[in-house]
Write a protein that binds this ligand. Structure first.
Ligand SMILES: O=C(CO)COP(=O)(O)O
Length: 299
């Protein structure tokens, strides 16, 4: 297993194959201790289950979503995967009632506290009322387009977790931050805001989504993604606990598709994906879900 190798072994084959600068491996504290596998088929942290989320963003109509749901209902999904889809709010109830129970639903956002006089917002209680079990928080589109900050996102995560929702907690750096060598600083600061706020980590999934890779077709190389995932796990180990570091799933998002998912999935610290555009195409999303098999082979 890679965890038994020295840092130099782990990175001896590092391929920095895009023009995008990678954070220096030298800034990482190695190695990150991972618990030995206890006979599980999938080489990863957490519950032993790969996690794949489909973030449909502000896309779809009743017609296209009916087709997508029907595609998802007719395929066989690998059993070692937690699958969650996040339709726009207005279709949540429809998707919940028409989608196979095998797939859970997630909101793409929620209000920061109890509902009330907050025009245009949707509360955690309302999400629970229609059977929604997850919420995506801290997505870069909400950070950088809507202007949500770390503290506000942390409060949302705390409220949602306290009320029993699972949280897909996004982090990730802008291109200029990566180019300035600040990838880890940005990710760690965003992680800290969650860590300072949340009551526990059992229902937290971290989604590392480099902003330069979202919707651009410029996917991080498996090595670039693994490097940041491992650094985040190490940060959790040092700043939260070894148990949380070991158990929390860290998933990758940013131009994941049917062609690149298998190589990404093989990376030790990549525990699944958060998929945007490709999650709108049923067969391709299923390919990504089933890329867990590459992980099994790598293990
Ligand atoms: O933002 C994302 C998922 O939350 C990723 O989007 P793309 O897969 O379209 O790059």
């Amino acid at each position: 297993m890679a965890a038994t190798l020295s840092p130099s072994h782990r990175f001896s084959g590092l391929r920095l194959s895009t023009s995008l600068p990678s954070p220096s491996p030298l800034r990482l504290a190695f190695p990150v201790a991972r618990k030995p596998l206890r006979g599980v088929a999938v080489c990863m942290a957490g519950t032993g289950k790969f996690f794949v989320g489909g973030n449909w963003k502000c896309n779809g109509t009743k017609e296209s979503i009916t087709k997508l749901v029907s595609d998802l209902n007719t395929v066989k999904l690998e059993s070692d995967v937690d699958v969650v889809v996040a339709p726009p709010f207005v279709y949540l109830d429809f998707v919940k009632s028409s989608l196979s129970e095998r797939i859970e639903i997630s909101a793409q956002n929620t209000w920061v506290g109890k509902g009330g006089a907050f025009t245009g917002e949707i509360s955690v209680e309302q999400l629970k009322d229609i059977g929604c079990s997850w919420v995506i928080l801290g997505h870069s589109e909400r950070r950088h387009i809507i202007g949500e900050d770390d503290q506000f996102i942390g409060k949302k995560a705390a409220y949602a977790l306290n009320e029993g929702l699972g949280v897909i907690a996004c982090i990730g750096e802008l291109l200029e931050e990566r180019e300035a060598g600040k990838t880890f600083d940005v990710c760690f600061q965003q992680l800290k805001a969650y860590a300072d706020a949340v009551p526990g980590w059992e229902k937290m999934v971290i989604a590392y989504e480099p902003v330069w890779a979202i919707g651009t077709g410029k996917v991080a190389t498996p090595e670039q993604a693994q490097e940041v995932h491992m650094a985040c796990r190490d940060w959790l180990k040092k700043n939260v606990s070894a148990e949380v570091a070991s158990k929390t799933r860290i998933i990758y998002g940013g131009s994941v598709n049917g062609g690149n998912c298998a190589e990404l999935a093989k990376q030790e610290d990549i525990d699944g994906f958060l998929v945007g555009g490709a999650s709108l195409k049923g067969p391709e999303f299923v390919t990504i879900i089933n890329s867990v098999t590459s992980k099994k082979v790598a293990a």
